[in-house]
Design a protein around this ligand. Structure first.
Ligand SMILES: Cc1ncc(COP(=O)(O)O)c(C=O)c1O
Length: 367
């Protein structure tokens, strides 16, 4: 029996009638770009995330680009971010002509090491983008304290962290703006690209909505130059079917993760994820660490268990940032972990039988 890394079809099967109806309704109404479902989704998403405003957009990468634009980023600015993330977090900084300034990661959570942020602040620093990596939040109280002290904005990259919390406060409720991805494999996934931005600030929300829609909220009234980054009506209709299930899917993901934790607690030479006290991890990814990562991945593959490395090269060491001339010693934790991390299959519908197969393959690999 081979196991999928993520079983998107399982989710579709469970909601097939409602999703098919939502797609058929959108086609019948021809509401392909924006429309009723987009507006309804924005309102429903704001409610669940406890944000005053949701601005939907085409994907989580555009969400970051649009958020920074609204905060007034300009060429020559510096933005502090984490050394380990998907490249969207840093490439959107560069696309504004600004410079990503990377900070090493905390070895326990793989999120930005808040004790190393202050030393990276210069007169050109304008903001900080922490990433709630793998589904566990960065230390946001500490990030906000530094930001307030230095008068910097904060964008929370919540692409992997729908419903994650710190001391009961949800991801997205700390920074000036939060950005979200609904890429199909995300904890809340569309059937194509989709994204959103949340904020409590009405003027930022309006600015972002305008910018994402060719600079105007009313067709033909362009208040500024913008871009075309809108949520499809079809994706909004599908997301509205899925959104009411996000809480229970998150509970299921957490239960799968806890079962992995218990089953693998006695396996020597691997480290399972640490959930920091007070934080609720939503396990977008279940990432273990092993010094024999590549051999382990081979054994798992031979046993029908797919794995992924998220991500195989930390951002400072990507060819895209060769011009910054970063050295391994500047980011020792990210440099070490890029060769040790391995993501195991996780999704809400993962069965106990499937999990047993994954764990026995991990045992085989270390035997
Ligand atoms: C941390 C992080 N930021 C940003 C993004 C970008 O989202 P999208 O793929 O929707 O553009 C992703 C997902 O791919 C992500 O994992």
């Amino acid at each position: 029996m081979s196991i999928p890394f993520v079983d998107l079809h399982a989710q579709y099967r469970a909601l097939k009638d409602e999703i098919d109806e939502a797609i058929a309704r959108t086609i019948a109404n021809s509401s392909f770009v924006r429309g009723h479902d987009v507006e309804a989704f924005e309102a429903e998403y704001s409610q669940l995330m406890e944000a005053k405003h949701t601005v939907s957009c085409a994907n989580g990468t555009d969400a970051l680009y649009i958020a920074m634009k609204a905060l007034g980023i300009k060429a020559g600015d510096e933005v502090i971010t984490t050394a380990q993330s998907w490249i969207s977090t840093s490439e959107t900084i560069g696309q504004h002509g600004a410079k990503p300034v990377f900070v090493d990661i905390d070895p326990t959570t793989s999120t930005i090491d808040v004790s190393r942020i202050a030393e990276k602040i210069t007169s050109r620093t304008v903001g900080i983008i922490p990433v709630h990596l793998y589904g566990q939040m960065a230390d946001m109280p500490a990030v906000m304290e530094i930001a307030q002290r230095h008068n910097l904005w904060v964008i929370e990259d919540c692409a992997q962290a729908h419903l994650a919390t710190i001391n009961g406060k949800k991801a997205g409720q700390f920074g000036n703006i939060a950005t979200w991805s609904f890429y199909p494999g995300k904890n809340l996934g569309a059937m194509g690209d989709a994204g959103a931005i949340t904020t409590d600030d009405p003027s930022l929300a309006r600015h972002m909505a305008c910018f994402a829609r060719h600079g105007g909220l009313v067709k033909g009234d362009h208040e500024m130059e913008g871009i075309n980054s809108r949520l499809d009506g079809l994706q909004a209709a599908i997301l509205r079917v899925k959104l009411p299930h996000l809480v229970s899917w998150t509970t299921q993901r957490r239960a799968v993760a806890k079962r992995y934790d218990i089953m693998m607690a006695d396996i020597a030479h691997i480290k399972t994820p640490t959930e920091v006290s007070g934080r609720e991890h939503v396990y977008h990814l279940y990432v273990i660490e092993s010094e024999n990562r590549d051999e382990m991945a081979e054994v798992l593959k031979a046993n029908g268990v797919p794995t992924v490395v998220n991500y195989k090269r930390a951002l400072p060491f990507l060819p895209a940032y060769a011009h910054l001339g970063h050295r391994p010693e500047e980011f020792p934790v990210a440099f070490r972990l890029q060769n040790q991390i391995l993501s195991l299959p996780i999704f809400a519908e993962l069965t106990e039988q499937q999990q047993d197969i994954v764990v026995s393959a991990v045992r085989d690999a270390v035997a």
